[in-house]
Write a protein that binds this ligand. Structure first.
Ligand code: GLA
Length: 642
């Protein structure tokens, strides 16, 4: 069991003259830093020319950390091949859907299917592994960095060949592929494997099955690269944990479930999106996702920011106290490590306007004071490490479904599955109810309520999984345009939603996308979407003013399955969620006023910590279940042990 919360950030000593390093570690100690990520973008330093290795500087940096009792997530530097790589192997640079080959000079400049990239990446990873596997500063391997952040899909000829190999292994015969992709439509029938291409720019709409499989293939290609590096490092150092930093909840190109299954501990990065009205709720979604990806076990926040980032149109600096509240939300939701990009703000380079733990202005700053205060606070919360978060509620999310719904020809482009999942999650956040995210085919035992806000695509086994959950006594709430297609994006016939008609006791004959609000008999309203549905067994709980069902509830085995045929407005959604959470017996961690986040972390022996995070400008009174009222001052955080 860990005995401390990991605290620190990316340390990039290669950006600075070595005289600075001593000051770095002294300030790290002052700030309570016990963990840094090292070497992420150091390939051109470690291998300045092809096959020429120089580890002297990294040796000194690692030794300095060890001497100061600071541990390292040591990276393999494979996220940024040096210029010599692009220069020597231009065919290994990525190509976009329009056929443009991208140049080196940024980062992630490689085709994920390139054999030569893989060879060079594994060679430098091996060198790192061999050299540092026994180093006293080594805590874990940080493999690559944010796989697929910039090169998630490559459309070059090498990728085309790899895509065909992937298809062959999945379909075995061309007949099966033609059937799955519906290639009879628009005369797309393939007579030879060699005719199949990545979905490059075409005159009109791409084939949906081709597009979906290409997304799957592209994600798998990156997972394979991760596995190749991990296996190599595991051979060299079987006991050193391996991770890579996901972008859970923010970036949907890589299948997080597939990556997570290969990690010793899930780590992720999260950045506030300034344009969101309540970015701290989006943060909670990402944190809940990371915890769920790690099977409920403590996870690592590999990066977030102390203040502004540099990649949004307007980069808002954090208000006083926001850094602490953000960090404590991640901690509350199961993180055992709170880390930042990056330790010292860069003087030059593409991210020089990104905040850091140590800002350009130095230590007499709001950021530095908050960084050191947080370090001290986390040291005092060491007892939290290893505890877990229990959730009665799960929201189903699946990357394949998001990818399939991304095809441009949809009944309404306004049905956004990610935003809808986040909106339902936000409604629970406001009700103080902690929820997990779950894969449709994942283990649902242990939940009381499963929410399906927007799952357009579901496999047969995913469909059966939800039905079995309800049959055993669970409660489900399914949103519109869910359970519509099979795993190849082919319509499930006979009335929508084909996957769950029986479970829901409803059949839908036609979709009616909306360009304005729609009124319900209850006085609630919906928007974006409506359906002509018929109850075939379900009880109708609400209707449109025209009389068709808007909200239904079906008894199924020992449980209940609810269905919504419209995208309910926020207020109505909150009321429906209150009804189903009550029906399922899911309750909040504490009574708290609006804008106050409450989450409990518990140890197996019963010790627990209630986190109460006041995101408002008013003092608030929080009442834990079975406890007395506690005041949480405006903008403050209280961690209440029990
Ligand atoms: C990601 C990357 C970092 C940095 C930050 C900036 O998290 O991993 O290298 O680019 O974004 O926000």
């Amino acid at each position: 069991m860990p005995d401390a919360i990991a605290y620190g950030g990316d340390w990039n000593p290669e950006q600075w003259p070595e005289e600075t390093w001593g000051q770095d570690v002294a300030l790290m100690r002052e700030a309570g830093v016990n963990r840094v990520s090292v070497g992420i973008f150091s390939w051109s330093l470690l291998e300045p020319a092809e096959g020429v290795f120089d580890f002297a500087a990294l040796d000194r940096a690692m030794d300095l950390l060890a001497a100061n009792g600071i541990k390292a997530n040591l990276a393999t530097p494979t996220a940024s091949p040096p210029p010599w790589f692009g220069d020597a192997y231009p065919h290994a640079l990525p190509v976009d859907a329009d056929g443009r080959r991208l140049a080196h000079g940024s980062r992630q400049g490689f085709c994920p299917s390139s054999p030569i990239y893989r060879e060079k990446a594994l060679r430098i990873a091996e060198q790192v592994g061999l050299r540092y596997r026994d180093h006293p500063a080594l805590a874990m391997w940080h493999i690559h960095n944010e796989y697929g952040c910039h090169n998630a899909r490559c459309y070059c000829d090498t990728s085309a060949a790899a895509f065909r190999a992937w298809l062959r292994s999945h379909y075995a015969t061309l007949d099966a592929l033609n059937e799955a992709w519906g290639t009879a439509f628009w005369s797309q029938r393939y007579g030879e494997w060699a005719q199949i291409l990545p979905p490059r720019a075409t005159p009109s709409l791409p084939n949906p099955g081709q597009q979906l499989d290409f997304r799957r293939f592209s994600s798998d290609a990156l997972v394979e690269l991760y596995i190749a590096e991990r296996d190599l490092l595991k051979q060299l150092a079987p006991d050193v944990p391996a991770t890579t930093n996901l972008m859970a909840g923010a970036h949907w190109d890589m299948d997080c479930w597939a990556f997570a299954a290969e990690m010793d501990v899930v780590s992720t990065d999260h950045y506030l999106i300034g344009a969101r009205p309540e970015p701290h709720i989006d943060l909670a979604f990402a944190a809940d996702y990371a915890r769920s990806l790690n099977g409920g076990r403590p996870w690592l926040l590999m990066e977030h920011s102390t203040s502004a980032v540099n990649w949004q149109p307007r980069n808002r600096a954090k208000a006083p106290g926001e850094l602490r509240r953000n960090s404590m939300s991640h901690l509350a939701r199961g993180a055992d490590g709170i880390m930042f990009f990056q330790w010292r703000a860069s003087r030059a380079g593409a991210e020089k306007w990104h905040s850091a733990m140590l800002p350009h202005a130095g230590t007499n700053t709001k950021i530095w004071r908050e960084v050191t205060a947080l370090g001290a606070e986390l040291a005092g919360l060491a007892g939290v490490a290893g505890s877990t978060v229990h959730a009665d509620v799960a929201i189903l999310v699946d990357h394949s479904s998001v990818w399939a719904q991304d095809h441009p020809a949809q009944p309404s482009s306004e049905m956004d599955p990610v935003e809808e999942a986040k909106r339902w999650h936000a409604a629970l956040w406001r009700a103080g109810i902690t929820c997990d995210l779950a894969h449709p085919e994942g283990d649902l035992t242990g939940y009381r309520l499963v929410l399906v806000p927007a799952l357009y695509l579901v496999s047969d086994s995913g469909a059966a999984n939800l039905a079995a959950f309800v049959r055993r006594g669970g409660v489900a709430l399914v949103g519109p345009y869910s359970g519509i297609v099979d795993e190849h994006d082919r319509v499930r016939l006979g009335g929508y939603p084909g996957a769950w008609r029986d479970l829901l006791g409803v059949t839908v004959e036609e979709f009616f996308p909306l360009d304005g609000p729609i009124e319900l008999a209850s006085g609630w309203s919906g928007s974006v979407w409506s359906e002509v549905a018929h109850a075939t067994g379900a009880k109708v709980l609400d209707t449109y003013v025209t009389g068709e069902p808007a909200w239904t509830r079906n008894e199924w085995g020992d449980g209940f399955a609810h269905y919504l045929t419209t995208r309910l407005d926020d207020g109505a959604l909150a009321e429906v969620l209150a009804a189903v959470t009550a029906e399922a017996g899911a309750s909040p961690a504490a009574e708290a006023p609006a804008g106050v986040e409450v989450v409990r972390r518990s140890h197996a022996d019963g010790r627990s910590y209630l986190f109460a995070i006041n995101h408002t400008g008013e003092d608030a009174v929080v009442t834990p279940r079975g406890g007395g009222p506690v005041t949480v001052a405006a903008g403050d955080v209280r961690v209440i042990p029990a």
